[in-house]
Design a protein around this ligand. Structure first.
Ligand code: FPP
Length: 222
């Protein structure tokens, strides 16, 4: 969800206003994706590298998260949306971590759509954790090294239980993956758009999905 800062700067507003507009855009993106029948939408809300930002900005982002989880939980739940978290959200203030845990628990039985929020997430860290988990099983003698295959690695990732990643959208003209879902993106379609995230509305989501529908996926075959 890139470009909040630039969106605010272009309007002479503080970065916090850009993040507020970005959170509104996230709400609209969830709605538009749900209406289009998207099974799972993952939002990269806070990377494990975002701790390098000034404390005031981290506090603004945490505040937005707190506000939106509280405000949106009922409607997400009513709409049959399951909330899932990628990354280690326990690093946030304890009240936020608890709110998130409660929201995940309350929506766990929903099956119309999954909204995954990446919080304090980094793909390399996720792979390190998965490797440790599997190495632990080998050390305990419950897993043979030869049994480690793609399926086992996938099961040890934060995304286990989610459908394969089909489309990865990056906004604001940046053309990098920035440590996002590196394993999962192996065969994803990548879409880089110039739109700044706060301007990424329902129409932009529908346009992205139409572009995806035009792509021909071969997975290395012909
Ligand atoms: C990147 O734009 C955006 C972020 C690091 C934060 C994204 C978070 C939200 C939209 C709000 C919280 C989310 C939820 C789901 C409630 P940037 O700040 O790097 O923008 P810039 O590149 O223009 O400076």
């Amino acid at each position: 969800m890139d470009g909040n800062g630039r969106w605010a700067k272009a309007r002479g507003l503080p970065r916090s206003a850009g993040h507020r507009a970005g959170a509104e855009a996230a709400r609209k993106a969830v709605r538009a994706a749900g209406e289009a029948g998207v099974e799972c939408l993952t939002l990269y809300a806070f990377s494990s590298e975002n701790w390098r930002r000034p404390a005031a900005e981290i506090s603004d982002l945490t505040g937005l998260l707190r506000f939106y989880v509280q405000k949106e939980l009922d409607s997400l739940h009513k709409e049959g949306i399951r909330l899932k978290i990628l990354g280690d959200h326990k690093a946030f203030e304890s009240d936020v971590a608890r709110l998130v845990d409660d929201a995940v628990a309350r929506t766990a039985g929903n099956d119309r759509m999954t909204v995954a929020i990446a919080l304090n997430y980094g793909a390399r860290g996720e792979l390190v954790q998965a490797t440790r988990r599997l190495a632990g099983e080998v050390a305990r003698g419950t897993l043979e090294p030869d049994q480690i295959d793609e399926e086992r690695i996938e099961a040890a990732l934060d995304t286990h239980g989610l459908p394969p990643l089909d489309l990865l959208i990056r906004t604001s003209g940046e053309q990098r993956l920035s440590n996002f879902l590196l394993w999962q993106a192996a065969y994803a379609e990548l879409l880089f758009v110039d739109t700044l995230w706060p301007d990424f509305d329902g129409e932009a989501m529908r346009a992205a999905l139409s572009e995806y529908a035009r792509r021909e996926r071969r997975y290395g075959g012909l």
